[in-house]
Design a protein around this ligand. Structure first.
Ligand code: IMP
Ligand code: MG
Length: 181
């Protein structure tokens, strides 16, 4: 892994692929332990969670359903705080054990809004599963049930995460180079 340019900024290696995969497999085991016999409905948030979800669910053992939803609050490298509505909730979540799957929880506003919206549909339970959590960036209290990694308050790309739409296809996770931050 070496320095990469994503759009117009330089990023340096942060987490190798194997380290990410190890934590994804661990979280999948936790989900299997807690929900393996409950036919959960996974609700991954597009676009960021697509790669994480594909790996996570390959390790989940038990019956489950998946319905991708969309809800964005981010432009560039700063959270806008503005949250859009949930799109694509095709499945009936009433009485279901739902698991929101996110790429990263930053301020927590996106997740808090998503939870509040889903709660109106009366699911049996709502769990939150995130690849990354930036504890120092949290503005609101969000229950995080499953988390692969806690990271510093830096901007990262790769493994589904983007900088202005680019960098999602990187297999490793990169962080904004110090001189760019
Ligand atoms: P929040 O509402 O501030 O928690 O922002 C959550 C969303 O912002 C995530 O789902 C990501 O799409 C995006 N985001 C937050 N931090 C990063 C980052 O470091 N890299 C890429 N996207 C990020
Ligand atoms: Mg996202």
């Amino acid at each position: 892994m070496t320095k990469v340019i994503v759009k117009d900024k330089a990023f340096v290696p942060f987490l190798p692929e194997a380290a990410v995969q190890k934590e994804v497999a661990r979280v999948a085991r936790e989900l299997t332990r807690d929900l393996g016999d409950k036919s959960p409905l996974f609700l991954p948030v597009l676009n960021g969670a697509f790669m994480f979800t594909a790996d996570l669910l390959r390790h989940f053992e038990g019956a489950c359903e998946v319905c991708f939803i969309k809800l964005a609050s981010y432009a560039g490298t700063q959270s806008t705080g503005a949250v859009r509505e949930v799109i694509g909730l095709a499945a009936d979540i009433t009485g279901r054990h739902v698991v929101i799957v996110e790429d990263i929880v930053d301020s927590g506003l996106t997740m808090a809004h998503t939870i509040a919206t889903l709660r109106k549909h009366n699911p049996a339970s709502i769990s939150v599963c995130t690849l990354m959590l930036k504890p120092a960036a949290l503005h609101v209290e969000v229950p995080i049930d499953y988390c692969c990694m806690e990271i510093p308050n830096d901007f990262i790309v790769g493994y589904g995460l983007d900088y202005d739409g680019f960098g999602r296809n990187l297999r490793e996770i990169y962080v904004l180079a110090p001189q760019e931050a």
